[in-house]
Design a protein around this ligand. Structure first.
Ligand code: MTE
Length: 317
């Protein structure tokens, strides 16, 4: 893993100022009948500024987010290279608009949706979540998105839908890293339906009140904060409902190192390093980085521990 060489300064006041402008809106739930009837968010979802469309939430209100620069300059996105600075340097070739998402498999409302229509029925929320990479570093990120459960319910999953599988775009012109077989493209990630329906799970379209930068997975990515970062699949084009557990990208690459669940767990080490502590990006010095103790489920145990009752988390890592 490469070391971060830049010195970052937390610019919290900028962020707090921006948050003052975020307006409160009424939360609304819209059924699928309204899916195509609603006005498009043409100037909204990827137009840059999203602040006037977002409601604040209590998620992470006591956390101090990392700076925009930190969150957008130290990334993992192998479709643009394997270095932490490759995504910010190379992801300008990605065209997040127009963007289509296909819903398929065990659901009543299969189809291909334009992202604007797909996201328009839902209230955008800001949620500040901890983010813990399996490589033992962490950040705090102010996401903008919608609860995954609301989106999935509108597709009316059948009783056979036990797992949800997400896929990233495959297009080596837009994603030049795909010209090499670093991974078996497309990048694939899956959740159990119970995990996907958990209130913490979200589909993010932005961060810091703006649309997602390409390097962070524009225009749509998964955010599941109690799991290692690699579950948070970027630039999603496909959502598939199925009966059997999928094999996810990193699980396929190295099943001894990366399991299906990938829940943050300080008691289960990666075969090549400890998961007991994490390096907080941008804190401490280059030679003496600040570390914090990793929390079970990344600190979200109250919300998600019940999903794994009776499961041996050492075996099901
Ligand atoms: N999604 C795709 N399509 N390709 C990737 O390489 N990397 C994963 C995840 N999602 C990845 C991906 C990993 S390993 C991490 S840690 C997070 O994205 C990083 O998200 P960030 O760059 O926004 O911090």
């Amino acid at each position: 893993m490469k070391k971060i060489t830049e010195h970052y300064v937390t610019n919290e006041s900028d962020y707090l100022n921006r948050r003052e402008f975020i307006k409160k809106g009424a939360q609304f739930g819209v059924g699928l009948t309204a899916f195509n009837a609603l006005p498009s968010m043409a100037e909204g979802v990827y137009g840059g500024e999203l602040s006037d469309k977002i409601i604040k939430t209590n998620y992470g209100k006591d956390l101090t987010p990392h700076t925009f620069k930190q969150i957008t300059n130290y990334n993992n996105f192998y479709e643009f290279g394997t270095g932490k600075r490759d995504p910010v340097k190379n992801a300008h070739t990605l065209k997040p608009k127009p963007w289509h998402i296909e819903a398929s498999g065990e659901c009543a409302k299969q189809g291909v949706y334009d992202l604007e229509d797909f996201i328009a029925p839902y209230q955008l929320e800001e949620r500040i979540y901890r983010f813990r990479c399996v490589e033992a570093w962490s950040m705090v990120i102010p996401w903008v998105g919608v609860p995954l459960a609301s989106v999935l319910k509108t597709f009316q999953p059948t009783s056979k839908a036990k797992y949800i599988v997400f896929k990233t775009l495959v297009d080596s012109e837009q994603m030049p890293g795909q010209k090499r077989s670093t991974l078996d493209w497309p990048y694939v990630e899956g959740l159990t339906i119970a995990e996907a329906m958990n209130p913490l799970s979200m589909l993010a379209v932005g961060l810091y009140g703006k649309t997602l930068p390409n390097q962070n997975g524009a225009p749509l990515r998964l955010v599941v904060p109690w799991k290692y970062g690699f579950k948070n699949i970027k630039s999603i084009v496909s959502i598939h409902f199925q009966e059997h557990a999928p094999i996810n990208t990193w699980q396929d690459q190295a099943s001894r190192e990366y399991g299906f669940y990938a829940n943050v767990n300080p008691n289960v080490d990666h075969p090549r390093w400890s998961q007991a502590r994490e390096r907080v990006i941008g804190q401490g010095s280059f030679f003496s980085p600040k570390k914090r103790k990793t929390e079970m489920f990344n600190g979200y145990g109250d919300e998600v521990a019940h999903l794994y009752t009776g499961l041996d988390l050492k075996k099901n890592f």
